[in-house]
Design a protein around this ligand. Structure first.
Ligand code: AMP
Length: 564
């Protein structure tokens, strides 16, 4: 198929902000790619399935170079155009368009398959001499591209398509195309099945194919392929927890670490994924060892929290202390000794060929008790009590906080596991500290003694696929790196994610999640959510989260007593 056809779709999607219109455009286009369902990734602005985290490894700098090369334009001119237009896609469209008019450059027609093939080669090119090959692959595409195609190629390689298609809209388009629902009720029902299938497979190509052949139930869990984790709402207090999860209920320590899904494949290979579906097996040889030596079973998927502790005092540390282990790719043994972790296993969803998501939680817990051999400071089961007595829970809550953990989880003993969903099968109980996970969408350069750092950060919550601003934060970060998360570190991270520049302000890809503490929430016309956090302060970075995990507008509204 001609790539131009897809670009026309991109253009149509970009031209409307209405969810329903986008869904209709997508639903119709899905008919054109039924025979090659993997092309659906391009509609997400990706090249691979969501569970596949291979990176294209293309920086803005490299794209600037490439545009210069294709158009025979000095790089400085490309940079100037970038400053003016704030989007390298538009820069490619404009500069290469002008050039092409003059020289009648190109013109083989570009096919979608060719774009996919060239882009899919990029992640495997690593190391010396590969930069030129990477540039070559993009140059080849840009040479045969029309100006509009050039715009979308550039945006795709920078993973920033700007067409406003989130996974909710794509899911609804699959429903519309494959099931042709008669009414809203019908639509909702199919949306639930498509969403459930997606949460198990995290691959829209597979979901699309199976939905069209009415075989969604054939999508199975498979150890080795990450699934979305189950999420938990907050309970206001112990009574509220009982109200949501029933009586008696299980209460467990809520450990302050980071979530890991541990997969053992049929062939014995162990793979560890974060809740963002990133594979972190290499970074955690200690977890692999504990699983091999302490857990029985040919294949399984365990849900657990990796918790840090001080090697000397054996006291538990907070998440921030061990967060660096997630990204560390070198000197792993050294950091493993410095920042040891204990694994607290709290759930299981697959064991020896059996999918256990429908099994009641109480039974799943019994199974992990049977297959995990506990050893303190290596692998344990989440500390648990089963009770219907508020007093007993209060006591247990105190113990958890006393041991430096975050609070408790209250769990419904007869509930199934729901990948990807924030249902009330379990709830979290934390002391009221009013913090929300939010995403940084932009920042502003500081002045005076803070010049050279980004010092003010726009933060947003979410509603369906959209991000809504809830304020600006400029406190919480430190000037000196030894004191904690610093302006310098945040500047370095955000600079790499900048997609637009407007004077002192930049817009960044929404990838960095921060926990923001605040005093209260008030209505405010200044931000797109209609609300503003008062006295916000960044307390930590949440490397283990992505934009799907941030607070929803419903949670913000609740704070001011507005209806969700
Ligand atoms: P929050 O991060 O505040 O949304 O709280 C939910 C998180 O608590 C989960 O995603 C887990 O990473 C973590 N957690 C810690 N201990 C447990 C436990 N016993 N059961 C379930 N989740 C837990």
């Amino acid at each position: 198929m001609d790539y131009l056809k897809l670009c026309n779709i991109y253009h149509a999607l970009e031209s409307t902000t209405k969810g329903l219109e986008k869904t209709e455009i997508l639903a119709e286009f899905l008919g054109d790619i039924r025979n090659d369902p993997k092309l659906i990734y391009l509609l997400q602005g990706n090249i691979f399935a969501d569970y596949d985290h291979r990176e294209l490894g293309i920086s803005h700098q490299l794209v600037i170079k490439t545009i210069g090369k294709v158009g025979g334009i000095p790089e400085a001119d490309v940079v100037d155009a970038f400053k003016e237009l704030g989007d390298l896609g538009k820069v490619a469209e404009s500069l290469l368009g002008n050039k092409k008019k003059q020289t009648a450059l190109f013109s083989n027609k570009l096919s979608i398959e060719k774009v996919m093939t060239n882009l899919q080669r990029l992640p495997s090119l690593e190391g010396k001499g590969t930069v030129e090959i990477k540039i070559g692959l993009i140059v080849e595409l840009l040479h045969s591209a029309t100006p509009m195609e050039a715009k979308y190629i550039v945006r795709t390689v920078l993973s920033d398509l700007k067409i406003g298609v989130g996974s909710g809209i794509l899911r609804d388009a699959i429903v519309m195309h494959c099931f042709k629902p008669k009414d809203i009720q019908d639509k909702k029902m199919y949306a639930v099945s498509v969403q459930e299938a997606y949460d198990k497979s995290t691959d829209f190509a597979e979901v699309f194919t199976k939905a069209c052949s009415n075989e969604l139930e054939k999508i199975k869990l498979k150890p080795g392929k990450p699934v979305k984790v189950m999420l938990f709402p907050k309970a206001k207090n112990i009574e509220d927890a009982f109200r949501i999860v029933g009586k008696p209920a299980a209460f467990e320590y809520k450990y302050d670490g980071f979530r890991v899904m541990i997969n053992k494949e049929e062939n014995g290979q162990i793979k560890i994924f974060t809740r963002r579906l990133e594979e972190i097996t290499t970074q955690f040889p200690d977890i692999v060892e504990y699983i091999e030596s302490h857990v029985k079973g040919k294949s399984f998927i365990l849900d657990a929290e990796a918790v840090g502790f001080d090697a000397k005092t054996k006291k538990y540390t907070d998440f921030q202390a061990i967060s660096q282990r997630i990204r560390r790719k070198h000197d792993i043994n050294e950091i493993m000794e410095k920042l040891p972790i204990e694994l607290a296993v709290f759930d299981i969803i697959y064991h020896d060929g059996n999918n256990l998501i429908e099994m009641p939680f109480g039974k799943r817990r019994k199974l992990i008790e049977k297959i995990v051999r506990e050893e303190e400071f290596k692998i344990v089961l989440a500390k648990q009590i089963i009770t219907d007595d508020t007093k007993v829970v209060e006591n247990f809550y105190g113990n958890a906080l006393g041991e430096n953990q975050e609070g408790l989880m209250g769990k419904n003993l007869s509930a199934p596991y729901k990948p990807g969903a924030r249902v009330g099968y379990a709830v979290k109980l934390k002391p009221e500290d009013k913090d929300l996970d939010l995403v940084i969408t932009g920042a502003e350069w500081g002045t005076g003694k803070r010049a050279g750092w980004l010092t003010s950060f726009n933060v947003a919550c979410r509603e369906d696929g959209e991000l809504l601003q809830v304020g600006k934060v400029s406190t919480g970060l430190k000037e000196k790196p030894e004191e904690g998360l610093s302006f310098g570190k945040m500047t370095k991270i955000l600079k790499k994610l900048a997609v637009e520049e407007h004077g002192r302000k930049i817009v960044v890809k929404p990838e960095i999640i921060v926990a923001v503490q605040y005093q209260n929430v008030q209505k405010s016309p200044s931000y797109s959510s209609g609300y503003a956090l008062r006295f916000p302060r960044i307390v930590r970075m949440r490397e283990d989260r992505d934009v799907g995990d941030i607070a929803t507008i419903g949670e913000i509204k609740e704070e001011v007593g507005d209806k969700k």
